[in-house]
Design a protein around this ligand. Structure first.
Ligand code: 5GP
Length: 200
């Protein structure tokens, strides 16, 4: 499998990561395809099975885990649900000659990089934790409890930014998507000249 072009994007919830990824998939000329993860979390309104996630019962998830179907899977910090990248999903995308794009958390990134050290890693975040708090509050949809929990998760994840090759500040969705695209293009040109990448 050519995993040299496997892309991992992480970042705290509320950082606009999903919207940035949508803009990236829409505007970046690279052959990126989103890897659909499996989860035990129930679907939110508007989410579809096989599109946003493969929504599995806990027992189904465990069966797949025991049969070695996951490249990585974890109970995501602060969520209480399991999430995992299916090997079959990565194989499907690679067979099409495309670049799998994984939106996973920090522990997922660490596990994937252990298997595929050539993976390209990107962390997306707002300028500061204060800015993130402001965004969460401005949404006006979250309870104080949820805001506090999300900030706690964000503080935890924030310290992991330095483990990523690219640290992208999301001040504007389109600019952040352009910055990521440019970083990936830079990487793909570099890769023509080097046989391996060193991940810090
Ligand atoms: P949400 O429930 O809001 O869709 O996602 C919650 C978190 O789960 C996000 O931080 C996302 O990066 C992470 N996540 C989604 N899919 C996976 C996966 O397959 N593996 C891991 N390790 N984390 C995931």
């Amino acid at each position: 499998m050519n995993a040299g072009r496997l892309v991992i994007i992480s970042g705290p919830s509320g950082a606009g990561k999903t919207t940035v990824i949508r803009a990236l998939l829409r505007d970046c000329p690279l052959p990126l395809s989103l890897s659909v993860s499996a989860t035990t979390r129930p679907p939110r309104p508007g989410e579809n099975n096989g599109v946003d996630y493969y929504f599995l019962k806990k027992t189904e998830f465990e069966e797949r885990r025991n049969s070695g179907a996951f490249l990585e899977c974890f109970e995501v910090f602060g969520r209480g649900y399991w999430y995992g990248t299916l090997k079959s999903e990565i194989e499907r995308i690679c067979k099409l000659g495309r670049w799998p794009l994984l939106e996973i958390d920090v522990q997922g990134m660490q596990a994937v990089v252990r298997v595929f050290p050539e993976a390209i890693t990107v962390f997306v975040r707002p300028q500061s934790l204060e800015e993130l708090e402001l965004r969460l509050r401005n949404r006006g949809t979250e309870s104080e409890d949820t805001i506090q929990r999300r900030l706690e998760v964000a503080r935890h994840e924030w310290q992991s930014a330095e483990q990523y090759q690219y640290d992208i500040i999301n001040n504007s969705i389109d600019q952040a998507a352009r910055d990521i695209c440019q970083a990936l293009q830079h990487f793909s040109t570099q890769q023509k000249n080097t046989s391996s990448q060193n991940i810090p």
